[in-house]
Design a protein around this ligand. Structure first.
Ligand code: AGP
Length: 645
């Protein structure tokens, strides 16, 4: 997730763009850039590899003059972090410039068509495609003819002899409409063109874009924090809308088909820090609610059967080399290890492959002789965890072993240690406790398990399509879970505030979720919690259970061992344990058995239940810690990335 900003007004744009980007740095920062439009329409672009501070350093040499401009801080998805891949991007003529947040899913096919039509590309990004598409539209406006009186935006032609027409909102919307109709994916774009004169245009679909309104000047930004130093009057754009900002004129909002939209500015009551937290009290709470988006973005453009080859290519494999893999070895720590544990079940079931998830700090000192044909998949949000790096380096010493990474941090060490990286796309995760990154790791593992299953022929095209369709429904169901559980879980946390310990129980693919739920509670509320395989309780831990040992269980109806789990719950209840149960909405039997319930929708397939169940556990841990008044985002003794043994 990148940060974008645009400005037009009567003040010098440079300092405003810089200040706005600094407020958006939490959205991503592997490279950055600005473009200032001078009064004669010239575009001055400065881009750097590195954080905003580096851009600020570069601009000290002299900020370009101009009272309009746009800026960008990048969290790379397509194209490694580099100056060439940094935004803003321009077209061939250099007379059009834009910045983009999101993913253009069909950029490869668009790029091939544009290259065939003579366009020269200078970056590896999906974004640059947008610049060339708009270039074609502006060229079209020069040659075609558009009856401004009767011409409709969609499909009309513009008589471009009159500069006024060229820069008219209708002309702009005609270009916007034609370009956006070609796009598949998510985008928030800010664009300026010499031919459009002194105006900047914002376009939004599936990525946030906010208009800032002030006296004689207006702004566009990915998020409110960038606007607060300048205005608290904002207009939140909706999907498929375009905004045309001109100096000395209130912003004008349209649908991308050209229909005017009337939406009054609203006052944002936040201070800057609250704004970075999106109005949440803690980053962790905000990031739990960003989980659905992280899951969705990680899946984006990777679930189509025709994209299987490019998905496997991200981890350095072909369908053939994937089919030759004989075993999967996950290596990770903490929460990332719990993602790998879910992966064991998925690869065994869907890909017919033996799969094992090992804790990296144990694996690195073991005598594990990985056999040729093993694919090691290292899972790490930071890509800098010392134990995981060491374990991967050890695994690489085994003959015939291939390696891949599932990583969030672009360009991190782990991405240089493996044969290829499947990036999770959740942007920077600020809270030390991993929440949205875990959801994104699960999404990546689902993708790979299905891709391997298809490559090995262990799942058919029909099964692949059906499973990926159900996978794509999960972000919506996650949003339902989070919206529905906030209040009941807060009440539950209030009731169990003083508990001295918890047991978390799950079976099969929900056993890793029991471990993850217990870890979340421990690491931010400092209450001891133990995750356990429910079937193991009778082999000892059941001795712990009494009324003072609440038992947090995961038993949605889709769980493959639903009845077995109910028996385990009965055993715990019979010993006085108060059962806090995550169940499928409307499950009357479980409601009668449990002391308290957290209801979630059906995940439609047992292997997808972990995604919805873990959200309940994340929320519970958060509210327990928040009610205790603890430092949720920076828990004691912990670091976001454990770069030492
Ligand atoms: C999880 O909430 C913790 N922050 C911790 O267990 C973390 O998952 C672990 O340290 C691994 O970090 P990584 O994903 O950056 O490798």
């Amino acid at each position: 997730m990148c940060g974008i900003i645009g400005y037009i007004g009567r003040r010098q744009a440079g300092p405003i763009l810089l200040e706005g980007l600094k407020r958006l740095e939490y959205r991503g920062y592997d490279s950055a850039g600005v473009c200032v439009l001078s009064s004669n329409g010239n575009l001055s672009i400065v881009r750097v590899l590195g954080k905003i501070a580096k851009l600020e350093e570069r601009l000290k040499a002299g900020l370009p003059n101009g009272t309009a401009g746009l800026g960008h801080s990048r969290w790379a998805t397509h194209g490694r972090p580099s100056e060439e891949n940094a935004h803003p991007h321009t077209d061939c003529s250099g007379e059009l410039v834009l910045v983009h947040n999101g993913i253009i899913e069909n950029y490869l096919e668009l790029k091939e068509e544009l290259i065939r039509r003579g366009h020269v590309f200078r970056s590896e990004t999906d974004t640059e495609v947008l610049a060339h598409l708009f270039e074609e539209e502006l060229r079209r406006l020069q040659t075609s003819d558009f009856s401004a009186k009767g011409g409709s935006v969609s499909g009309g032609k513009l008589q471009t002899s009159d500069f006024r027409l060229q820069t008219s909102d209708k002309a702009v919307l005609a270009a916007v409409n034609r370009v956006t109709k070609k796009l598949r994916g998510a985008y928030a774009i800010v664009i300026a063109a010499k031919r459009w004169g002194r105006q900047i245009v914002g376009i939004r679909k599936d990525c946030p874009l906010v208009i800032g309104c002030a006296d004689g000047e207006s702004f566009l930004a990915s998020d409110v924090p960038a606007l607060l130093p300048f205005t608290k009057k904002v207009i939140f754009m909706n999907d498929n809308e375009a905004a045309v900002l001109r100096e000395g004129r209130a912003p004008r909002l349209y649908t991308t088909t050209g229909k005017p939209v009337h939406r009054a500015p609203q006052d944002v009551p936040w201070d800057p820090l609250m704004a970075e937290k999106g109005g949440f009290k803690h980053f962790m709470h905000k990031e739990i609610h960003e989980g659905p988006r992280s899951f969705e973005d990680t899946l984006r453009a990777r679930t189509y059967e025709e994209n299987l080859t490019s998905l496997l290519a991200e981890i350095g494999l072909t369908p053939q080399s994937a089919a030759d893999i004989s075993r999967i070895q996950f290596l990770a720590c903490g929460t990332a290890h719990h993602a790998g544990m879910v992966g064991e079940y998925l690869f065994e079931k869907w890909a017919g492959l033996a799969a094992k998830a090992d804790i990296a700090s144990e694996f690195r000192y073991s005598a594990r002789n990985l056999q040729p044909g093993t694919l090691v998949i290292a899972v790490s949000q930071s890509g800098e965890t010392a134990d995981t790096l060491a374990a991967v380096r050890m695994a690489k010493s085994c003959k015939g072993v291939l390696t891949a990474g599932i990583v969030n941090q672009i360009g991190s060490t782990l991405t240089r240690e493996t044969g290829g990286t499947l990036y999770t796309r959740c942007g920077p995760e600020i809270g030390v406790a991993s929440t949205k990154a875990y959801l994104a790791q699960l999404a990546a593992i689902y993708l790979l398990a299905l891709a391997f299953g298809k490559a090995r022929g262990s799942i058919s095209s029909r099964e692949f399509r059906s499973l990926t369709e159900e996978l794509l429904e999960l972000p919506h169901k996650l949003r339902v879970v989070l919206a529905g559980l906030e209040r009941p879980v807060t009440e539950l946390a209030r009731e169990f505030q003083d508990s001295k310990g918890f047991l978390y129980l799950g079976r099969h693919v929900l056993y890793p979720i029991a471990l993850e739920g217990a870890l979340k509670l421990k690491e931010i509320s400092y209450i001891h919690a133990e995750g356990y395989a429910a079937g193991e309780m009778k082999h000892g831990p059941i001795a712990l259970i009494d009324r003072e040992m609440p038992v947090f269980v995961f038993n949605p109806k889709g769980c493959g061992l639903y009845e077995k789990m109910r028996s385990n719950i009965e055993e715990a209840r019979a010993r006085g344990g108060r059962i806090l149960a995550v169940i499928t909405k409307g499950d009357a039997k479980m409601s009668r058995m449990a002391y308290r319930v957290m209801e979630i929708p059906s995940a439609s397939h047992e292997f997808f239940e972990p995604v919805l169940c873990v959200a309940a556990a994340q929320l519970f841990a958060y509210h327990m810690a928040n009610l205790k008044g603890l430092d949720v985002d920076q828990p004691r003794n912990l670091a976001k990335s454990v770069t030492v043994e």
